[in-house]
Every structure is written in C-alpha cells, then in structure tokens.
Write a protein that binds this ligand. Sequence first.
Ligand code: 13P
Length: 337
Amino acid sequence: MNVEQLVETAQAMVAEGKGILAIDESTGTIKKRLDQIKVESTDESRRNYRQMLLTTDGLGEHISGAILYDETIRQQATDGRSLVEVMNEQGILPGIKVDTGAHPLAGHQGEMITEGLDGLRTRLEEYARMGARFAKWRAVITIGDGIPTIGCINANAHALARYAALCQEAGIVPMVEPEVLLTGDHDLDTCYEVTEGTLKALYDQMFEQGVLLEGSILKASMVVAGDRCEEQASLDQVAEATIQCLSNSVPAAVPGVVFLSGGQTETQATAHLNCMAQMGPHPWVLSFSYGRALQQGALVAWGNNSTADNAEAQAILAHRAQCNGLATLGQYEASMD
Ligand code: 13P
C-alpha cells in the first residue's frame, strides 16, 4: 500500500472549496434520467452528455474529482481524447464506481446487499492502469417496518470494508458510501439512529479489515426525516442532527466526509451543506459528492440541444458547482440562486 499517495489523493478530493461530481449512473439509471428529457439513451448520447459536463470551462475550480461508470472511463471525446485525459487536463481526478449494484439480501425481506467483490482485485488493477485515482461503492440501507436489521447493516459494512482494503492495495482511494435512503415515513430521530448504527458498524469493519482511514473518504447521507414524514425538519435541525451523528461515529482520522444528495433539491442540498460548514470547525473536511443536485438543471437544459458542447447546460453546471464550492466554506447565500 502506498500510504503517501493514498493520503495525498484523499486530501486532494476534499481540497478547499471543492467537491465531487457524481456522474456514475449505471446504464439503467442514466436511461431513466434521459427519458425525463426525451433523449434516447445510446452509448453516443451518454458520451455526449458526460463530455458536455466534463468539458465545462473552469469546472476544476470547484470540482476536485468526478465519479465515472465503467462505460464512461473507456470512452473518448469527440476530438479523440479519452474522457480521462479531458479530466486530467481540467485538473479533475478520475473516479470509478466499482460495485455491481444493490440486490435483494437473501432472508431479509425489503433489504439490499451491494455486490461486486468477486474479481474486484483484477478490475481495480485495470482501472488504476486507466488512470482512476479513487473509487466508489454504494451500500443501501432502507428504513421501514422492522428494518434495517443488524444482519443487513453488518453484511453491507463488511462488503464496504473489503472493497476499501482492495482499493488501497491497488493505490486507489476508496470512497465508502453507506446510503440511508430518505424514502419512508420515518422521523428525523429514526434516521439519526439508523445512520449512527450504520456508521459505527462500518468503522468497526474498516478497523477489522485494516483500512487506512487517512487514505479513505466517507460518502454520507444527511440525517433527514423520511420524504413521507408529516413533520419535516428545518435546515438547522438537519445540519445539527447530521453533525452530531457524524461526530459520534466517524473517526477524526478520516480526511473528508462528502454528502450525497439522495433526492434533495439542488438548492436544499447546497443550503444544508452550507449550514453544516458554518457550524465548523469539524474534525473532517465537509464537502459534496452530488449526482442529481449538481446535474438536474444542466440535464434539463441539455434536453433542448443534446450536443457535447451545449454552453447553456455547462453554465448551469458551473453555477451549481460554484454554489456548492462556496457552501463547503459556509459562504453560500440563497440570493445566489
Ligand atoms: P445523488 O446525489 O443523486 O444521490 O447521487 C450521488 C451518488 O453518487 C449516489 O451513489
């Protein structure tokens, strides 16, 4: 394990005022996004869309890295450069989603286990050769009647830690993502308890598998009330609950915690991050690794002109990246939107 390189990459991922652009939707998920804007999902349309995002002027000012899907890391831009080269020229670290998706967990009605450990060592070696500097693995924890169970939390925590150890062996920084879904009618306190239990199980397993925390990044969900809960929490309540939960369960050796947006609107995700940053200093850098909350506006604009150089869509992405970059410093204001 090259400790120095891992630590350096992890710190670069959460460099001051910067965060991660998640564009690692699987072929099935990106099709749903493109269906929304009535663009047919083909390898060319997916390439054009992602090339448009990655070639946004000055994107590297607020975006430290972008997470790609297997298809994208192998694709070339219309001018013949690989998309990895495009990213390197923009000063954006290439990342890669390496799990193979969440599947029903046997014997656990309504719960999921993320798969992809078989053959992962070989795949990581190939991704490292292709220029990937960090990876992502997403576990899904569902809140519902009698769930999540300890069995589901532990199985997912174990897989995340095994994945993280394999990444570090290949010189790739693992981004570990135990996403507690915001769908449901549960309240804020329930989300808090589930998130805390999940993170504690994760860091137990990270310790058992010998993962170097300084060379890893946590991708976390915020502590929020379920989307069907009658009592929605305020901005401050979400920020306070999330910080308290992380403080109780994430070791200070972890250099950065980046949030997923998970179904929050673009401005909500930015405002929540900003509020948490203002409550600092924290033991870890707080930043973002948003998918929908960075892309939604740009995606809609791209629907009107789905070429690889749609400047209107790029301007919308650049603005969201800037707002979120400022939010990591607690300097975002709602009037900017
Ligand atoms: P969202 O921000 O759209 O939740 O996506 C982030 C992500 O990469 C989930 O794995």
